[in-house]
Design a protein around this ligand. Structure first.
Ligand code: 8YV
Length: 326
């Protein structure tokens, strides 16, 4: 048996960060099924004190298993931590960390890519070409159009700068907090605390809200109705912040021109209602939660997650990137 500490890593994120995990010589990084029952069983079997996880939600057995030891760690490979029950973790003496800042560039680039795909029907015409059709579709120039950014954190800021300085779009940023001082340098023409103002004035809206109790289905039928019928919507944040049935109905009825989603209420995607399957709509671009999935960001997330593990094992809890409530 290995004398090194065994770190169990969700198989999905292990694959993404494999070069980093394989190169570790101080700990033994073991690829483990992400399913909660299997991960919990492996924790008990290996006597592990730290696991590195992706975005799969964990609801009970993992906390019970880790809680058998006095102090343990759940290290997120990534930034969003809505998949972890922080109350349960705290009750079981489990610390929770994440890797903020290292995936912003990748998610922002994917967001801009989806916006361009929607505006010029890239995914739809590509699918037509594969079907043997040469069927041009008229697009929309983004230069001079208004992009609303809902949630002005690190990723929203990068999207704003790319859209303004790269594409020549006018940006309205919306968040609950006071406006940052340097709006012009961030590429933002206007800043508001009022989502309705942001939605009504935007030709495209990009969602960058975290999944919190207060943001569940924030983008609902009433708020979608604030958007122009010509508007485009992009969500690379979390599926939980958007009502997929309301979105389907708005798109199907022509009350919204198009939507691009990288994140879903349930992943892998399962329609919220069988007859409201977003994949059946022409004016939709869907990608399987790949916003942060670049070679570069994967290496940084793996390094960040392992760094948290190493600090934890060394007892340097002061150096951990602990998540709010964790
Ligand atoms: C995933 C993400 O974490 O970090 C987040 O919040 O949504 C993603 O970047 C990453 O793909 C690993 O599962």
């Amino acid at each position: 048996m290995s004398a090194r500490e065994i770190i169990l890593i969700d198989e999905g994120v292990y694959t993404k960060g494999e070069s980093v995990f394989r190169a570790a010589t101080d700990v033994d990084c073991v690829q483990t099924p992400a399913a909660e029952a299997a991960l919990a069983a492996a924790v008990l079997e290996q006597g592990t004190r730290a696991v590195i996880v992706g975005t799969k939600p964990y609801t009970g057995p993992l906390y019970e298993a880790l809680g058998k030891k006095a102090s343990t760690l759940i290290a997120r490979f990534g930034v969003g931590h809505d998949s972890i029950n922080k109350d349960l973790a705290r009750r079981h003496g489990i610390l929770v960390t994440n890797t903020p800042g290292v995936l912003d560039v990748s998610v922002a680039e994917h967001t801009v890519g989806l916006l361009c795909s929607l505006a010029r029907h890239i995914a739809a015409t590509h699918a037509d070409m594969r079907d043997g059709k040469f069927a041009p579709q008229t697009g929309l120039e983004l230069h001079g159009k208004t992009l609303g950014i809902l949630g002005f954190g690190n990723i929203g800021r990068r999207v704003a700068a790319s859209a303004h300085f790269g594409l020549g779009m006018e940006v309205i940023a919306c968040d609950q907090v006071a406006a940052p001082a340097n709006l012009a340098a961030l590429g933002v023409a206007r800043y508001t605390n009022d989502a309705e103002e942001c939605f009504r004035q935007s030709d495209a809206i990009s969602i960058h809200l975290p999944a919190l109790a207060s943001t569940q289905k924030f983008i609902n039928a009433a708020r979608l109705a604030w958007l122009k019928p010509t508007a485009l919507l992009i969500n690379t944040a979390r599926g939980a912040v958007l009502d997929e049935v309301a979105l389907f109905e708005a798109l199907a009825a022509g009350r919204l021109a198009g939507a691009a989603l990288d994140v879903f209420e349930r992943e892998p995607y399962v329609p919220a209602q069988p007859d409201k399957d977003l994949r059946t709509l022409a004016n939709v671009v869907l990608t399987p939660h790949i916003g942060s999935n670049t070679r570069e960001a994967n290496v940084r997330m793996a390094e960040g997650a392992l760094e948290n593990v190493r600090h934890f094992l060394a007892g340097r809890l002061d150096l951990l990137n602990r998540v709010a409530g964790g």
